[in-house]
Design a protein around this ligand. Structure first.
Ligand code: AMP
Length: 417
């Protein structure tokens, strides 16, 4: 509805301002994509919730459930040789057969920032920084960026001999906070007692400050050298993000954090506000996806703020300010032979950037004026035969309830002032 869309547009304009400031070029990809594009790495959760169907040629296609895979495929094909880094942004509708509820819709809008070509921690920090800046610019004061690193758990699980599918399954359970089930699964895969103990401790630790998390990580993961680099990487990303100016109180770190999507290879994060228990934004590093789609090995990191959820949160917190009404001038022909002239006068105003609507209901003057006042128009431009013949119109100030005759060539200046 117009009011809802106005909210979405307001958020989108902040997103587009960040595209401009951070240098993200906007991209658009097809709504309908081959099934395989998302089957590969989207993760069980999304795979089960995709709108999948056969097109008339019998090909399995989907309505895109998210955008990162589509962007990765474009980078692997059309932008294969483009100089790196590439900064690509988008605002797109996505589709998931989620159970509809507050903040969870079957068609929803994602904005996105993808920073492609860099494996440096400053790229990860940029994504965290702009996610934080988006929240600041929208007026959120209390929010938390929950950060983790999939390399930690995956490092341990790999060392314990769990296959990638088994790791994916376990990460899926962790994503849904099914910690006991995850522990049970580990035990069923004959993971060592040390490993089970470590994973349990990681889950019990929960959310920590950046410093606490790094210290705890050093102790907990000390017997798994596979976790050394991920931990170092996480530490560096966090310290760059703090140095960039993100408030440390807004960063919360869990060493056992997982997200539903399977393509993540490094830092992952989600953004929350205390009033809503679902994420407003989510993202992370995906260094293998572009190669998976046939491109050269290309590291990448990105995020996707959910526009509908942000709009909902803003509404709940009273952050959204109604824009001033746009109704301005209504042009009223008093005679049916002046209908074309009314359209012409409105066009003159449009050319000067002044909003003007033509009366098209065939109503009489008094009914039109009362309608116009109720609807919040500021001026009525009235075309009468006599005045029009001498090149004039009557301008009625609907707020002050005064009127005067104005030459048509002066109308623009008169209404603009
Ligand atoms: P994801 O691709 O799952 O990381 O989602 C990124 C963001 O998209 C989330 O943080 C939400 O803000 C938004 N989002 C995901 N699924 C939905 C949905 N069903 N309805 C509304 N927003 C969603």
């Amino acid at each position: 509805m117009p009011k809802d869309l106005a909210k979405r547009r307001a958020i989108e304009s902040v997103v587009r301002e960040l595209f401009r400031l951070y240098g993200y070029e906007e991209i658009e990809t097809p709504t309908v994509e081959p099934y395989e594009l998302f089957a590969a790495k989207s993760g069980e959760e999304i795979r089960q919730r995709m709108y999948v169907f056969k097109d008339l040629k019998g090909r399995m296609v989907v309505l895109r459930p998210e955008m990162t895979a589509s962007v990765a495929r474009v980078v692997a094909t059309k932008l294969r040789t483009a100089p790196k880094p590439l900064r690509l942004g988008y605002i797109a509708n996505c589709f998931r057969y989620d159970e509809p509820q507050r903040g969870r819709y079957r068609e929803f809008w994602q904005a996105g920032f993808e920073l492609i070509g860099s494996s440096q921690p400053e790229a990860d920090a940029e994504i965290l920084l702009l996610s934080s800046e988006l929240m600041d610019r929208l007026g959120f004061s209390e929010y938390v960026i929950k950060v983790g690193h999939v390399g930690l758990l995956r490092g341990v699980l790999g060392a314990e001999g769990l296959s990638e599918e088994e790791q994916n399954h376990l990460m899926g359970l962790v994503d849904k906070a099914k910690y006991e089930e995850a522990i049970g699964f580990l035990e069923s895969r004959r993971a060592s007692n040390d490993c089970v103990k470590l994973v349990r401790e990681v889950f019990e630790l929960g959310w920590l400050s950046p410093r606490e998390a790094v210290e705890a990580g050093r102790k907990l993961f000390s017997s798994y050298s596979e976790a050394d680099r991920p931990l170092e990487n996480l530490e560096e990303i966090l310290s760059l993000t703090l140095e960039a100016g993100v408030d440390s109180k807004k960063l919360s770190v869990s060493l056992g954090f997982a997200r539903g999507l399977e393509y993540y290879t490094g830092m992952i994060f989600e953004v929350f506000v205390p009033q809503l228990d679902i994420a407003l934004n989510g993202g992370g590093r995906y260094d293998n996806l572009i190669e998976l789609f046939g491109g050269p090995p290309t590291p990448a990191v990105g995020c996707a703020p959910g526009i509908d959820r942000i709009a909902l949160a803003m509404e709940m917190l009273g952050l959204y300010q109604e824009p001033p009404p746009t109704k301005y001038a209504i042009v009223i022909p008093l005679e049916s032979e002046l209908r074309g002239a009314a359209l012409r006068v409105a066009k003159i105003l449009h050319e000067a950037g002044i909003p003007a609507e033509v009366e098209v209901m065939g109503r009489g003057l008094s009914r039109t004026l009362s309608h116009a006042s109720k609807q919040g128009y500021k001026y009525a431009v009235i075309l009468g035969k006599r005045e029009y013949a001498s090149g004039n119109v009557v301008v009625r100030d609907l707020v002050r309830e005064e009127q005067r005759e104005v030459p048509i060539e002066k109308l623009k200046e008169f209404l603009a002032s």
